[in-house]
Design a binder for this molecule. Structure first.
Ligand SMILES: [Zn+2]
Length: 104
């Protein structure tokens, strides 16, 4: 699938600092973005965004309360969708984008 092949090529958004995933409590992934690029997850009472960086390695960003992590997720997915449109592709709709500004 062409989309999956391009996954590694998407540039980082400098607004987000990605750090190695730090396990905290039981990991629960509640939502996966277009192309499986980002995962909205929680563990140990905090929320964060995960991305797979190869093998068994994951990185996280936006860790904090629900609105913090959700804002990070939405910004990342919007950028990812814009990248698709820039290539003339249609991104997969993401129901979490409709949650913008809502309280968890
Ligand atoms: Zn995608």
């Amino acid at each position: 699938m062409a989309n999956a092949d391009r996954r590694e090529l998407v540039e980082d958004d400098p607004a987000f600092t990605w750090e190695p995933y730090r396990p905290s409590g039981v990991l629960r992934v509640t939502h996966t973005s277009c192309c499986g690029m980002y995962e909205f997850a929680s563990g140990g009472g905090t929320f964060f965004v995960l991305r797979h960086v190869g093998g068994a390695r994951y990185e996280e960003t936006g860790r904090g309360r629900y609105p913090i992590a959700l804002a990070a997720y939405i910004a990342l997915v919007k950028q990812h969708h814009a990248d698709h449109r820039g290539r003339g592709e249609r991104p997969e709709p993401d129901t979490y984008l409709a949650r913008e500004g809502r309280r968890g």
